[in-house]
Ligand binder design. Structure first.
Ligand code: GLY
Length: 266
């Protein structure tokens, strides 16, 4: 869909991570509602998903931002990514000293750089005016993962965003699927897909790109494509997805608990 076209069914859909249960649903609902309001007021899908993810990063129950998983060495290293159907991408990897990495990723969207990691990401955040602050993080059991949001706005622009502290029990410097274009996120003019779950397995399957192909190339519905995506993993590997199409259809599906919420703007 052309960015200039008027689209009459803006939608936002958010998740609070594979492995999270019903107690974390209210935080996801709140983030979705705030994103929906932004769309109602004529805001862009980039503004809606980045605000929704920022809210979930500020929720200590969720594994992102302030509640990001503490690494084996005691550090909190955060990954975040945002992408649009307008062929823009911004991502930070292993960012330290910043509670809202999604907002740093947003600042990369309209620069020639796609992804910054480690020291480069920190220096960019400081240059952009983000305060260097202590991120408390949280010790987590396995199976508590990542937050994310997808939206389409009144101009038909799709945006996809994810943020994570990474899986538990991982060393400093380890990179999962979340900030990786292809495995953890895909967003083009027809469809966007984001993943949550065990990053090593998700990365090996290049799963978001392949789920998107199921829709675009093989004509599967969202449900069929997400079911196909889950089938690529052994049952004990926790995985979940959100997907959205340029006609406003959106869906979440997981092989484990995963709080998610969709709100149509009408
Ligand atoms: N899915 C998030 C991670 O593995 O880091």
């Amino acid at each position: 869909m052309n960015k200039q076209n008027f689209f009459d069914k803006p939608v936002i859909i958010c998740h609070g991570g594979a492995g999270h249960g019903a107690k974390d649903q209210p935080g996801v609902d709140f983030a979705t509602e705030v994103g929906r309001k932004i769309l109602i007021e004529g805001g862009t899908s980039v503004e809606a998903v980045s605000k929704a993810v920022e809210i979930m990063e500020n929720d200590p129950n969720l594994n992102a931002g302030t509640g990001g998983c503490i690494r084996e060495d005691g550090s909190v290293q955060l990954d975040a990514i945002i992408a649009t159907s307008g062929k823009n991408i911004g991502a930070v990897i292993a960012l330290e000293g910043c509670k809202n990495p999604i907002n740093v990723a947003v600042r990369l969207l309209n620069t020639p750089i796609n992804i910054l990691a480690g020291r480069g990401a920190s220096e960019f955040a400081i240059k952009e005016g983000f305060p260097h602050e202590n991120v408390i993080g949280r010790k987590r059991k396995n199976g508590n993962d990542t937050v994310g949001a997808l939206a389409i706005d009144k101009n038909g622009l799709i945006a996809a965003a994810s943020s994570t502290g990474g899986c538990s029990g991982r060393p400093a410097g380890r990179v999962g699927d979340t900030p990786l274009w292809g495995p953890g996120i895909w967003c083009d003019e027809e469809v966007a897909v984001i993943a949550t779950g065990i990053g090593e397995s998700i990365t090996l399957e290049m799963i978001c790109f392949r789920v998107a192909q199921q829709i675009k190339v093989y004509g599967k519905t969202l449900l069929q494509a997400l079911e196909w995506g889950l089938e690529q993993f052994d049952k004990e590997i926790e995985v979940g997805f959100l997907a959205i199409k340029n006609n406003g259809d959106a869906l979440g599906l997981s092989n484990t608990k995963m709080p998610w919420k969709m709100m149509i703007v009408s």
